[in-house]
Design a protein around this ligand. Sequence first.
Ligand code: RFL
Ligand code: PHB
Length: 390
Amino acid sequence: MTETEVVIVGAGPAGMLLSHLLDAAGLDNVVLERQTRQYVLDRIRAGVLEWGTVETLREAGLGARMDAEGHVHDTINIAWRGEDVLSVDTNELLGRQMMAYGQTRIQEDLYAAADARRAQVVFEAADVALHDLDTDHPSVTYDAGGGTERIGCAFVAGCDGFHGVSRLSIPDSVRTEFEKVYPFGWLGILAETPPLPILLYANHERGFALCSMRNPMLSRYYVQAPMTDSVDDWSDDRFWTELLARLPAGQADRIVTGPSIEKSLAPLRSYVSEPMRWGRLFLAGDAAHIVPPTGAKGLNLAVSDVRYLARALIASDAGDDTYLDGYSDMALRRVWGAVRFSWWMTNLLHRFPDQTAFDQRAQEQELSYLASSESARRSLAEQYVGLPYE
Ligand code: RFL
Ligand code: PHB
C-alpha cells in the first residue's frame, strides 16, 4: 500500500485543477481516472467562463493560452418573437465580462501543467472503490491492469462527475437528493466555420437555439430537441435548417454553415446531492450537482467548488480546520444560486411540450420585462457573470 495526502478521483477539470492547486502548496496527491487521457480530451462540453473562473485560472498560472486565444464577451443576447434581440451588456451594467474558451482547451492546459510538474495521474484506473471514509485513515483501491492497488490517505476528493463512484459511497441515510429532469435535450454541433461574434440565445416557437463559439474558425451551435431523437435523425442539413428557422432573419443571414465535425445530444437536468462532505470524503463539481447548460454554470461551479476545497485542505494541513468544516455549506450556497439561475434561464428560453397559453404569455412577459427594465437586466447579468466568492 502506498500513501499520499489526498486521493483525487476523476481527472476532469475539477480533479485536475484541485491537483494543480494542491501541488502548488506542496500537498502530495494522486489522481485516479477511469478513462484514457485522449477520451477525456475529446469530450466537447462547456464554452463560457465566468470572470471569477478566468481569475482563478490566471492566479493558478493556467491563464497564458486562455488570455491569448479566448474571446472576451461583453454581452448576453436573447432573441425572441422572431425579430427582437435583447442585448444585456454586462460590462456596462457591472464592469464585468465573460470569456469564451472551451473546456477542451482548459483540459489540455491542465494536462500540460500536470506533465510539467510530473503530477501523479493514473489513467484507465478500473474498479475505483473508496474505503473507511468515516475513519481518520481512508484508502482507495483500483486496478490499472496489474492487479489491485491500494492508496492510503488523509482525504479523498470525489471529482468523478455525475456517473462516478464517490457520491454513491456516502450512505443513503446521510444523503438528500434534489432533482428536476427537463422534457427535452440539446443537440449540439461543432463546425469549422467563423462563428457569430456574439453569444446569442433564442426563444422561438419551434424551440430554443443557441449560437456560441470556440475560436475564430470554430462555431458551436445548439437546438432544443426531444430526447427520444437520436443524433442519426439530425443530418447537417436538418440541423442548419432548424437553427436558421429559430433565429431572427438578421442573425440567420450572418450564420456561415458547413459540415459538422462533432454532433451530440445531451439531456437537461438540475440535480443536487447534499451534503458535499461525509467523513473524509469531499465532493466537488458534477459529482455533487448538475445544472442544465442554459446558464453556462456547470464548469464554473466545478471551479468554485475546487477553489473552496483547495483552500480548506491547505488550511487543514497547516492545522486550521475551519474551512474544511464549513466546506459543504459554503459550496452549497453558491451551488444553489447557480441551480436556481440555470432553472430560471431554462424556463425562460425553452418551449415545453405541455406549455399552456398562460405559460406562454408569462414567458413573453418575462422577456418584455427584461427588455424594459434595467434592474431586471442587471439581475440577469450579475448571475450570469457569476456571484462573488466567499
Ligand atoms: P467531469 O468533467 O464529468 O469529469 C469527471 C471525471 O471523472 C471520471 N470518472 C471516474 N474516474 C475514476 N473512477 C470512476 N469510477 C469514475 N467515474 C467517472 C470521468 O471519466 C471524468 O473524466 O466533471 P467535473 O470535473 O466536475 O467538471 C464538470 C464539467 O465538465 C461540467 O459541469 C460542464 O461541462 C457543464 N457544461 C458547461 N459548464 C459551464 O460552466 N459553461 C458552459 O458553457 C457549459 N456548457 C456543459 C455545457 C455540459 C454539456 N454537456 C455535454 C454535459 C454544454 C454541454 C453540452
Ligand atoms: C457553449 O459554448 O458550449 C455554451 C455556451 C453557453 C451556454 C452553454 C454552452 O449556456
